[in-house]
Design a binder for this molecule. Structure first.
Ligand code: ZN
Ligand code: ZN
Length: 340
């Protein structure tokens, strides 16, 4: 289809979104076009809107947690047929030929295409992606809530697989927001002892409801110090600088502090505690398409879904403000009311 796509775009950094129409041109041979049903909002949409990472181009169409139905197929696409319901996340393409792609780590492809970098995303009536990066939504998952699985969800599910987190592990989660709330749900279902690091009493009750067995106050250094040597894995989902050395101290020997939160300032880390306890610090992006399938299957089996608030897509500016103010509980999903 090369009929115009109705979208919402910002025409400069930190500007409000406005109606924007574009004609996508011929569909690539390896591309699929989907009619957007809903699209989650991720913090990365805000970072890109604000050009925090210096890679934004305008007009900028946000949206990389898309659920929709396949409406057009390129000549060389596989896996999907017209009418299938699929999801699209941060990546919309990869080369298919580099060692990472060939080994099933397409999420690490150095030339991977990102859904909202230099191309229009899912705050729109339709969006395109390479067929590889669209995953069928399994039966048993609520399609209206599935969007946030494709960026927020996979970002926290991926390290559980990558680093072999075991059901017998004691795992800590820093930050109970869009990513952290899903981490609590996944890790609880995984079988771990789950501890949420929270900064307020209000969040404490929420964390327990979401799946944490208990909480620790991240603002209370004595709470953290008492936890020394007790965690196998600590997952940071926030993008703020923390007292990293205290978290390293909270790890057992061979423990890992892993960040999926894009902390902008350099991490301040002492080497000795890492050497003595053979501890690791690491990071990871979203997962490969196969890992996304695994996450969706696991979520359907355990009844895991993001906790969402919904806005009509036409009110995306209000929804972005709601996210910016830190009031989202826990992920916002925009329902397409822009047309087809
Ligand atoms: Zn590649
Ligand atoms: Zn995202």
């Amino acid at each position: 289809m090369s009929t115009p796509i109705k979208a919402l775009a910002a025409f400069g950094s930190k500007q409000a979104l406005q109606a924007y129409e574009y004609t996508p041109g011929p569909l690539g041979d390896d591309q699929v076009e989907i009619a957007v049903e809903s699209c989650g909002i991720c913090h990365s949409d805000l970072s890109m809107l604000d050009n925090d990472w210096g890679i934004s181009s305008y007009p900028f169409v946000p949206g990389h947690e898309v659920v929709g139905k396949v409406v057009a197929l390129g000549a060389n696409t596989k896996r999907h047929k017209i009418g299938d319901r699929v999801g699209l996340g941060w990546n919309s393409g990869s080369c298919g030929a580099c060692p990472q792609c060939l080994s099933g780590n397409q999420n690490l492809c150095p030339t991977a295409e990102s859904t909202i970098v230099g191309r229009p995303g899912g705050f729109a009536t339709r969006v395109r992606a390479q067929w590889t990066w669209l995953n069928p939504i399994p039966e048993g998952l609520d399609a209206n809530k599935a969007g946030p699985m494709f960026c927020g969800g996979i970002t926290v599910f991926n390290p559980i697989l990558q680093f072999g987190v075991k059901p017998t592990d004691r795992v800590g989660v820093i930050g109970i927001g869009g990513l952290g709330h899903l981490a609590l749900k996944f890790l609880r279902a995984w079988g771990c002892e789950v501890v949420a690091f929270t900064s307020s009493d209000a969040k404490r009750a929420e964390a327990l409801e979401l799946g944490a067995h208990r909480t620790l106050n991240s603002r209370d250094s004595s709470d953290l110090k008492r936890a020394a040597g007790s965690f196998d894995f600590i997952l940071n989902t926030t993008n703020v600088g923390l007292d990293w050395n205290t978290y390293i101290a909270a790890l057992k020997p061979k423990g890992r502090l892993h960040t999926v939160g894009a902390v902008l300032e350099p991490l301040d880390l002492a080497a000795f505690p890492m050497i003595g306890g053979q501890k690791s610090v690491s990071g990871s992006p979203i997962g490969s398409p196969a890992t996304v399938d695994t996450m969706l299957e696991f979520s359907a089996r355990h009844g895991i879904a993001p906790t969402t608030e919904t806005f009509p897509m036409s009110r995306a500016n209000d929804a972005l403000e709601h996210l910016r103010s830190g009031k989202a509980r826990y992920r916002i999903v925009l329902e397409n009311d822009l047309g087809d």
